[in-house]
Design a protein around this ligand. Structure first.
Ligand code: NAG
Ligand code: NAG
Ligand code: NAG
Ligand code: NAG
Ligand code: NAG
Ligand code: NAG
Ligand code: NAG
Ligand code: NAG
Length: 790
């Protein structure tokens, strides 16, 4: 970095420092309670001067530190520098779907005892509603800042998880927005903007909030795009995330694994990027200088790059990629990593410098990135009580608004998978008695999935239903979700027999899917299937099956069983989940969620999870992955989701032809034409089209609610080109829009299409191209043909 060379010789000695030293120390020693950097009398350093630009303040701070002090900053647990009035700082706080104590930065043992537990991400993703995602992220940010103000959280959070849910067995798939790169990109943008506090006008769905935090990249709290990259296997058979080498083709890399990270940075303006444990094509992700630099140079990343926890240690100790701890450190610092979650850099960087394999400039660069983010967060502006977020406190946590939003997120995400003869909704006040069966039915610890903190006031499914039918009874059937014994079946059957309507809760818990634990099977755990069938057999009316869990489950048996009238997927619905499910069953709202992942049959598990290929390869019986490439049978497709109404669509306005103006390509008459002929196809390289913006168009779609219930409904717009290059997806999501619809009426949905981004495809060299000729735009069965010409 250019900035560094000017300052690397300025040693932290001199009158100024000695003067400040004498001003600062006594107060620190006498201090009680919390200390903040740049509080009087430690406020006269240039890095404390808020009128100076962030970069200048950061440079000034770096210039005041000794080498040892610098090294002590390279860990998530950054040391204090008492002589400059700097207290220690904990970089690692978690906020995936609410504040969570998974990192050492968040505590629930102080004034604040709980925080709102929103639904697990995979369920909120099913809502396909950008406004919702942004609102949830903003609410979490408010609780985060409020917890920081009372000393129970940091300001730097390691969410969102935007890896592609590539394989249904992945234990952390629940944390992600699903399998589609476009959907995941859209989610990442909303989460980061909502969380960091940036609001702008270019999003179709806008929320009322208009305050813009812009001054010197100011942020409310910092979000982190993780885990970079091609990380989506935790522990499966003998494969572990710590040593897994993800072998990824250029084509898959560019069109599947990278897009969410590009969006998270380029459009979301995330201030942190986390490199993952795994190797990518033989090189540890944190040592992939090319990939880390791509984020900075091509995507404009401004922020800090952290390793996943202990990801530097494992490079030597478990991957044996280097032959010493120092060599690992040299590799990651040179690659562009700035901070290590863990203690490895604290322990070995000094020696690495002595050995001459790490330069102080690389450490300075890391510190500049780190301090810049802290400065943007206002960490060096003295006591936060005096800043614009200073008023946030315990009364901003677990508020009525946040509870309502958590409820709303669950409502919007719940997916109706089956509803024979419109068995649902149940009629309010018309059900005399109800039974809820299943180990999760009266459990509040299961509602959040992983990375859940301490919820404010969790409502179990049982409690939610009791509010509608006072005569509701409960039987677990199995002692827990693994359900490895039939001991409780008899009692459950007896309870089910007596009720007019029976709701059965089946599915997964963290014992099946979790960090460091992928599934082996897609079937219901243990004896659960037998329990469902036993209950369905004795239920007076068709059984209502509620499925909990993040990953897809092969429930073909239930889909085909006429004794099971309705099936709902509720993900991990968060602390107000019990109420949302009861409301769905009683028709308080019309379910409008749609599956963000493909639900595969159990036979899919024949595919090795460690095979990263997205594309099908018939020559070796490989069916491919996700709706874009998978050629086999599904239990439920990506985007599937029923409603209590029925919908049909009409394209209202779409251009028939789109001309790429020759002036917008690098066309030069003396050279080749801007497009080439290959396999009989004409195409343009996207990076050679100079005005992609001019090609953008709107698709207006009429959504007709043909039922007799209003509903909020998502239109999913897919496309494919009529001609294909090798490895073209079968179809791809290019836009979505959730709209309110009125029974019997038509509503318009407008979706913006950016042909360079959405109608393009990636070739085998990893280059994005736009095929000329016919492109099909698709909404369910409706197809519209659009011709692109040069
Ligand atoms: C802070 O920086 C500004 C701009 O350089 C300068 O005018 C001002 O004197 C500085 N304030 C202090 C207290 O040093
Ligand atoms: C809360 O827990 C943390 C970590 O165990 C501890 O450092 C801190 O002192 C505790 N705070 C209170 C108020 O008990
Ligand atoms: C896992 O086991 C398989 C077969 O047992 C073997 O081929 C493979 O090398 C092992 N992988 C790792 C990462 O140990
Ligand atoms: C990595 O190696 C170290 C040292 O051999 C060992 O203690 C640790 O358990 C290993 N970690 C993993 C995740 O395998
Ligand atoms: C449901 O759970 C609550 C809280 O754990 C417990 O008090 C209650 O007895 C349970 N109800 C039934 C019917 O098991
Ligand atoms: C689900 O997992 C959580 C966390 O491990 C546990 O507390 C809870 O008891 C489990 N619930 C069931 C019904 O298995
Ligand atoms: C069944 O589950 C119980 C409780 O979780 C456990 O103690 C037991 O070992 C399990 N048995 C089998 C065969 O997995
Ligand atoms: C999208 O979410 C927001 C925030 O919860 C909500 O107000 C809005 O009604 C939702 N839009 C639709 C169409 O459901």
């Amino acid at each position: 970095m250019a900035l560094l060379s000017q300052h690397r010789h300025s040693q932290p000695v001199g009158c100024l420092r000695l003067l400040l030293l004498s001003l600062c120390l006594p107060t620190i020693a006498a201090a009680t309670g919390r200390r903040y950097p740049c509080e009087r009398p430690c406020n006269s350093y240039p890095f404390c001067n808020a009128s100076l630009p962030v970069a200048a303040r950061a440079r000034s701070l770096v210039s005041l530190l000794t080498l040892d002090e610098k090294i002590q900053q390279l860990s998530n647990t950054a040391a204090a520098v008492p002589r400059l009035g700097l207290p220690p700082y904990q970089w690692w706080s978690e906020s995936l779907h609410g504040l969570a104590p998974n990192g050492p930065g968040v505590f629930f043992n102080g004034t604040v005892r709980s925080a709102t537990a929103f639904p697990q991400v995979i369920l909120s993703a099913a809502a396909f509603n950008r406004t919702l995602w942004r609102a949830v992220a903003k609410a979490i940010a408010i609780e985060a800042r409020a917890m920081y103000n009372v000393g129970q959280a940091g300001l730097t959070f390691w969410a969102p998880n935007i890896n592609i849910f590539r394989d249904p067995r992945w234990g952390r798939g629940q944390e992600t927005p699903g399998e589609d790169p476009m959907l995941t990109s859209a989610y990442s943008i909303e989460y980061v903007k909502g969380f960091q506090g940036e609001y702008d006008g270019d999003v179709q769905d806008r929320i009322g909030e208009s305050r813009i935090l812009e001054r010197s990249g100011e942020m409310m709290v910092s979000a982190c795009c993780k885990h970079y990259t091609a990380y989506d296997l935790d522990h499966w058979h003998n494969f572990s995330r710590y040593t897994f080498n993800a072998v990824v083709t250029e084509q898959d890399m560019e069109d599947t694994f990278q897009p969410p990270f590009q969006s998270c940075i380029e459009e979301g303006h995330a201030s942190c990027l986390m490199c993952s444990y795994n190797q990518v094509n033989g090189v540890p992700a944190c040592a992939r200088g090319d990939l880390l630099q791509k984020a900075r140079k091509q995507w404009g990343f401004e922020g800090y790059i952290t390793s996943d926890c202990d990801a530097v240690a494992i490079i030597y100790e478990n991957q044996s990629y280097t032959n010493s701890p120092e060599a690992s450190i040299a590799d990651v610092l040179k690659a562009g990593m700035d901070i290590n979650c863990g203690t490895y850099l604290l322990r070995y960087t000094g020696k690495a410098v002595k050995l001459g394999i790490v330069r102080e400039e690389d450490i300075d660069r890391a510190l500049l990135n780190l301090f810049s983010v802290q400065l943007r967060l206002g960490l060096f502006d003295g006591n936060p009580a005096n800043n614009r977020f200073g008023e946030l406190g315990p009364s901003n946590i677990c508020t009525k608004e946040h509870r309502e939003l958590a409820l709303e997120a669950a409502r919007q995400g719940i997916v109706l998978l089956k509803n024979d003869q419109s068995f649902l909704p149940l009629r309010k006040n018309k059900v005399s008695s109800l039974a809820i069966i299943g180990p999760a039915g009266n459990d509040t610890n299961i509602l959040g999935g992983d990375y859940t903190g301490v919820p404010c006031r969790p409502t179990s499914l049982f409690e939610g239903l009791q509010a509608y039918v006072p005569r509701t009874s409960f039987a677990a059937g199995c002692i827990d979700v693994p359900c490895n014994s039939t001991d409780g079946f008899e009692a459950a059957v007896a309870v089910a027999r007596k009720a007019e309507v029976v709701v059965m809760v089946a599915g997964l818990n963290l014992t099946e899917e979790n960090e460091e634990h992928d599934r082996i099977s897609l079937l219901l755990p243990g004896e659960q299937m037998d329990l469902v069938n036993a209950i369905a057999k004795v239920s007076k009316k068709p059984l209502v099956l509620v499925l909990m869990g993040g990953g897809p489950v092969d429930i073909s048996f239930a889909k085909d069983n006429p004794g099971i009238g309705s099936i709902l997927w509720i993900g991990y619905p968060g602390e107000v989940g019990g109420q949302a499910v009861a409301e769905a069953l009683f028709g308080e709202f019309n379910p409008g969620g749609r599956l963000p992942v493909t639900w595969y049959p159990e036979s899919f598990t024949k595919m090795p999870m460690n095979d990263m290929h997205m594309r099908a390869d018939p020559s070796r019986g490989y069916p491919g992955r996700t709706y874009r490439f998978y050629t086999g049978e599904v239990v439920y497709r990506f985007g599937y989701g029923l409603s209590y109404s029925s919908y049909s669509y009409k394209f209202l306005s779409v251009p028939e032809k789109l001309s790429v103006p020759s002036s917008s390509t690098e066309a030069n008459i003396r050279k080749e034409p801007p497009y080439a002929r290959k396999d009989g196809l004409d195409y343009l390289h996207i990076d050679e089209i100079s005005s992609c913006k001019a090609l953008r168009f709107y698709v207006q779609i009429s959504v007709i609610n043909g039922g007799n219930m209003d509903g909020s409904h998502t239109v999913l717009l897919f496309s494919r080109s009529r001609a294909n290059i090798k490895g073209s997806p079968q179809k791809q999501l290019i836009g979505f829009k959730r709209v309110h619809t009125t029974a019997g009426k038509a509503t318009e949905a407008r979706i913006t299409v950016d042909p360079c981004k959405h109608l393009s495809t990636v070739n085998e060299e990893g280059r994005r191209v736009l095929l000329l000729g016919a492109h099909l735009l698709m909404v369910e069965d409706l197809v519209y043909e659009l011709v692109i010409q040069a």
